[in-house]
Ligand binder design. Structure first.
Ligand code: ADP
Length: 681
């Protein structure tokens, strides 16, 4: 019985052994069949087994096989030059590989062999302290990647070359185009019959359209060619938005659209960034919103969240319109180059289809993001965010409103506007009353300490009409009129205390409220004397002085013709030296400075003027660069030299007028013809 049991046990053992041998052989045959290398090392780092693919690089070297230690293997591999160790010394390479081998989770490593083969080592700890080593041949992948990389960098180089060529070409085309448009402008001012006028207008508008296109192409190709360098200067974001709104006013003229700006009350206004590029983005988005909206409003909203580290501010800007909207299938398409929504409602609008592509690239370049949300027929909302450091320039605090001020009565047809103004006034602790229609305030009793803020375009009447009515009813307090155009009926002169250009900056609104005269009597509506308009007796006033430095005779002619309708004193300088002399002698209120002039150029002249101002502690005069160059590099050196703004030629009446309008000093006579008429009665 015992013997039988023993025999049975022995035969079972033999069977089990045989089975193990078969499993082992099968396993090993499979491992051998793998194209990649496979080896196992024990806890003493001695090779226990390796397939022939693993040993192939060491062919002919008998010592390499099971029994060899990992460090002997490394030593042989370097000694025989089997592995390309590059610039490293043998000892440091081996040290590096040994260190790697001893770390817990061994990192994958790619090695190059003497014959150009690439091997990726993937080593992994197994149970009982063993290490399994896989050596994958990845030569094909590496070669393919290199090929792709090469092709890609060749394509990128070609693309950059194309963009650089486009940038140069468009720059070259601009210069003669400036001459064409400028001269057409001058010709338009001469005596012409109707047909000639039509021809010249066509030349002008085609020229201008071409310039817009060229500018877009120039910009786009500069971004593509990596030629845009971002500046970082302190700039006033709120002011920039208001200036853009002013420049875009002509687009609103014949439409029933309100342009509203809602700048977060608690958000700083000065930031460090590329003001020019931020303006370009805003100009594109607000311009589009106005272009594609015929009724309702365009609302520019600016809110901010302080960034996590506290040093920078994340600013969200959205531009919402009540325009035609964008079909859902086109919504991502519009950010591409030359892409426009092609349908009947869109066909009427001109454009290059490059604006949004440029906008997106610029925002991305500035580290931000842009998005859009739109519903056909309801409107679109474009938004972007940028993170910018807060400007070092201390925020000038908003002026205190006088204590005597009573209620502020806001009469505005636009609900959003009413709410925004109310929000701002409430911050200053002012009591407000809001009305949509003019007739809502009829017959109510108001005090002389009350102030009316009236929009000129009310749903039921003109703001000036309401002012007349209030005065007729005996209201003696101040009336501030918000208007988009400077042309107002003559009655405004006697009824309105102050006219403010819409959209009104909160800072300007508070300054206006702070400067209101305290009424002589605060006791009710017995006195029917209307308050006189703010600009006081004209005898103290002088014309605004503008200095223009420009070496080109034609350009001087164009410039003087452009502003000839304005009530200003124009002084010309033909080079930088003359500009400095004229600055000293005439003390201009505003300077337009050409940059490339013989001798002392515009940059140098500006630096000298800034130095004089500093030495003598004179108030800074705004200097506007006028140049034919639109290259980013130029822009940088221009603003770095102390110029405040940069306009590119050809001279554009609206831009020049807007700049002048911003700079009119208080002691000057009205500059714009419509206001001159009002003031002179
Ligand atoms: P452009 O306005 O010069 O055609 P853009 O790149 O600025 O080029 O805009 C591309 C297209 O996107 C426009 O042609 C228009 O179809 C659509 N689009 C842009 N903004 C608006 C908007 N606010 N409302 C409706 N459609 C818009």
């Amino acid at each position: 019985m015992l013997k039988e049991e023993k025999q049975q046990a022995e035969s079972q053992l033999v069977n089990a052994n045989n089975a193990t041998i078969i499993v082992g052989r099968r396993l090993w045959d499979s491992v051998e069949a793998i194209q990649d290398g496979f080896a196992v090392f024990d806890q003493d780092n001695v090779m226990v087994a390796a397939n022939s693919a693993y040993l192939r690089p060491f062919e002919g070297l008998e010592s390499v096989g099971p029994g060899i230690t990992y460090s002997e293997l490394l030593s042989i591999a370097t000694e025989k030059g089997i592995i390309d160790i590059g610039d490293m010394s043998r000892s440091s390479w081996m040290q590096d590989m040994t260190l790697r081998w001893t770390t817990k989770g061994i990192e994958a490593r790619t090695l190059r062999l003497w014959n150009g083969t690439f091997i990726k080592l993937i080593d992994q700890r197994a149970r009982d302290g063993d290490t399994v080593s896989l050596a994958l041949n990845i030569t094909d992948t590496i070669r393919y990647e290199a090929k792709l990389k090469n092709a890609r960098s060749r394509a990128e180089a070609a693309n950059r070359a194309k963009s650089a060529f486009l940038a140069n070409m468009s720059h070259e085309i601009r210069t003669p185009m400036n001459g064409v448009v400028g001269m057409a402008d001058l010709l338009a001012d001469t005596k012409l019959d109707e047909e000639q006028r039509l021809f010249i207008d066509t030349i002008k508008s085609s020229g201008e359209a071409l310039l817009v296109l060229i500018n877009d192409v120039l910009d786009y190709s500069k971004i593509e060619a990596d030629k845009i360098k971002l500046r970082s200067d302190v700039f006033d974001l709120e002011r920039a938005i208001h200036e853009i709104a002013m420049l875009l006013q002509p687009g609103l003229q014949d439409k029933d659209v309100d342009l509203i700006i809602d700048y977060d009350l608690f958000l700083p206004t000065h930031f460090i960034g590329d003001a020019g590029r931020v303006r370009q983005v805003l100009n594109n988005l607000i311009g589009n919103a106005i272009k594609f909206t015929s009724h309702g409003h365009v609302l520019v909203r600016v809110v901010g969240l302080p960034a996590q580290d506290g040093a920078a501010q994340r600013v969200h800007i959205s531009i919402e319109d009540t325009g035609i909207g964008i079909p859902p299938d086109m919504i991502h398409h519009i950010f591409g180059e030359f892409n426009q929504v092609e349908d009947d409602r869109n066909r009427a609008f001109e454009g290059t289809g490059l604006g949004l592509a440029i906008t997106k690239k610029l925002i991305t370049l500035m580290g931000g993001e842009v998005w859009v949300d739109s519903e056909i027929g309801t409107g679109s909302s474009f938004g972007f965010h940028l993170t910018m450091p807060i400007g070092a320039k201390p925020e000038t605090s908003i002026e205190r409103v006088p204590d005597w001020l009573g209620r502020v009565v806001v009469v505005d047809g636009q609900g959003l506007n009413r709410r925004i103004i109310e929000k701002q006034l409430r911050m200053a602790g002012l009591d407000t009353e809001k009305h949509r229609l003019g007739e809502e305030v009829f017959g109510k009793a108001y005090d002389a300490s009350d102030v009316f803020l009236i929009d000129q375009r009310l749903p039921d009447m003109l703001g000036t009409g309401l002012a007349e009515k209030l005065r007729a009813d005996g209201f003696q307090g101040s009336i501030i009129l918000f208007s988009t155009t400077p042309s107002l009926p003559k009655t405004a002169k006697t009824t309105v205390s102050r006219v403010m250009q819409k959209p009104v900056r909160r800072r300007d609104l508070f300054a206006a409220l702070a400067s209101l005269k305290e009424p002589k009597t605060l006791n009710g509506p017995s006195l029917i004397q209307p308050t006189l308009p703010e600009p006081i007796a004209p005898k103290n006033l002088r014309p605004m002085r503008i200095l223009a430095a420009e070496d080109n005779k034609t350009n001087r002619l164009v410039f003087s013709k452009l502003i000839k309708s304005l009530n200003v004193e124009l002084i010309f300088a033909t080079n930088g030296r003359e500009a400095i002399d004229a600055y000293k002698a005439e003390k201009p209120d505003l300077i337009f400075m050409d940059i490339s002039m013989p001798g002392i150029d515009g940059l140098e002249a500006t630096r000298i003027i800034r130095q004089i101002e500093q030495d003598k502690a004179i108030e800074r005069t705004t200097i506007v660069a006028l140049t034919a160059h639109a290259m980013a590099g130029d822009d940088h050196s221009i603003l770095a030299s102390g110029l405040d703004y940069h306009l590119t030629k050809p001279f554009r009446k609206d831009e020049i007028f807007a700049r002048i309008a911003e700079e009119i000093p208080e002691q000057c006579l009205p500059v714009f013809p419509e206001l001159v008429k009002v003031a002179q009665g």
